[in-house]
Design a protein around this ligand. Structure first.
Ligand code: 5GP
Ligand code: MN
Length: 338
């Protein structure tokens, strides 16, 4: 954050305000952890702050401290719309474009509040009076901790807030293994553990809460895994029928794409997941090294993200989407074999 922006943020928060805090649609651990921790900080410092999610999120995140206060735009639409309309400040966390909030976009565009963005995705849009964007930081949760540092407020971080921030850093770094994990990340994590984040408990809540159906669905995903030797690429498909057969619940496919990337020699992995209700195929992309899935998702799948992790969608059928993907691969052959 630039100095002038820190000053402005301090000014904006100097008197009690009506504030809403928004994560992206289909919020993940980083989106929920960062919004919940910030919400607790703002409440602690005298504001009226509410986290509003664009839609529902996986059960394995619903144990996070403060979760019971979350307003869901889909399920509590009237209340959410009123809070957005009345808000004086709107924090948008873990996304870079208002198009990432789904149906809530229109309400945000109409809102009279001033916006503050905290985010680590590439190419942020310009809609906020304070834009704290840093694509080198592994998680928005780490940036929220740095925001507390800039506001001279780390002494206010309690065990609940530390738990939320630890969770988001852990999930967005693949448990501290991705390239974006730095010494600073580990210093922040050390502080969070000292403030009461229980690392073993958090890992257990996130990773040891599988349903039997999810494990069976993973079996199907692995059976469907295809390796394209020539392109050092692997992909997985899951049809709506396969999801239904295993009683698919939101979040069940989280992390499946990483099994493709775990293959020796593979530098690009994708998962294509059919969503009949939305009439789309949702795509997750992952890479190793310098191959940018952000660019691939932007160019071909109406999406984006980071260099090594991105998402997007397709309006074609599942098979047509896969065929299209295979048809564009030759143009990436060189980059994939570097
Ligand atoms: P995931 O594949 O886990 O859903 O997302 C990977 C990364 O890409 C995350 O940082 C996520 O925010 C981003 N992402 C996922 N889907 C989309 C999308 O449709 N559009 C954009 N711009 N980013 C996405
Ligand atoms: Mn994130």
């Amino acid at each position: 954050m630039k100095n002038a922006e820190i000053v402005l943020l301090k000014e904006l928060l100097a008197s009690p305000k009506k504030i809403v805090i928004i994560p992206h649609k289909n919020p993940d651990g980083d989106a929920m952890g960062s919004t919940l921790a910030l919400g607790q900080y703002l409440t602690k410092t005298g504001h009226s702050a509410t986290v509003i999610t664009p839609n529902d999120y996986p059960k394995f995140l619903k144990w996070l401290p403060g979760d019971n206060q979350v307003v869901n735009f889909e399920f509590q639409n009237k209340k959410a719309k009123r809070l957005i309309k009345e808000a004086e400040l709107i924090f948008t966390l873990d996304f870079n474009s208002l198009s990432r909030v789904g149906d809530m976009q229109h309400d945000l565009e109409k809102a009279t509040a001033q916006f503050i963005m905290i985010d680590h995705h590439q190419q942020p849009d310009d809609y906020a009076v304070v834009t704290y964007s840093d694509v080198t930081v592994c998680a928005t949760c780490q940036m929220v901790y740095h925001t507390f540092e800039m506001l001279d407020a780390t002494h206010l971080v309690d065990a609940d807030m530390a738990t939320c921030l630890y969770t988001g850093i852990m999930t967005d770094t693949g448990s501290f293994r991705f390239r974006s994990t730095t010494a600073t990340t580990h210093r922040v994590i050390a502080n969070l553990i000292e403030k009461g984040a229980d690392n073993a408990y958090i890992h257990q809540q996130i990773f040891d809460a599988n349903s039997y159906e999810r494990m069976q669905l993973l079996g199907t995903a692995l059976t469907n895994l295809v390796k394209l030797e020539e392109y050092q690429t692997a992909y997985i498909t899951l049809s709506q029928e396969e999801l239904d057969k295993h009683n698919y619940q939101k979040g069940d496919t989280e992390g499946f794409v990483n099994y493709g990337l775990s293959l020796d020699g593979v530098v690009l992995a994708l998962i294509f997941i059919e969503n009949k209700q939305e009439g789309i195929v949702k795509i997750s992309l992952r890479s190793k090294g310098d191959f940018s899935v952000n660019l691939m998702a932007r160019e071909h799948f109406e999406g984006g993200g980071h260099t090594n992790a991105a998402g997007g969608k397709s309006d074609r059928s599942l098979q047509e989407t896969v065929d299209y993907f295979i048809s564009i691969l030759p143009q990436y052959k060189e980059a994939l074999n570097e």
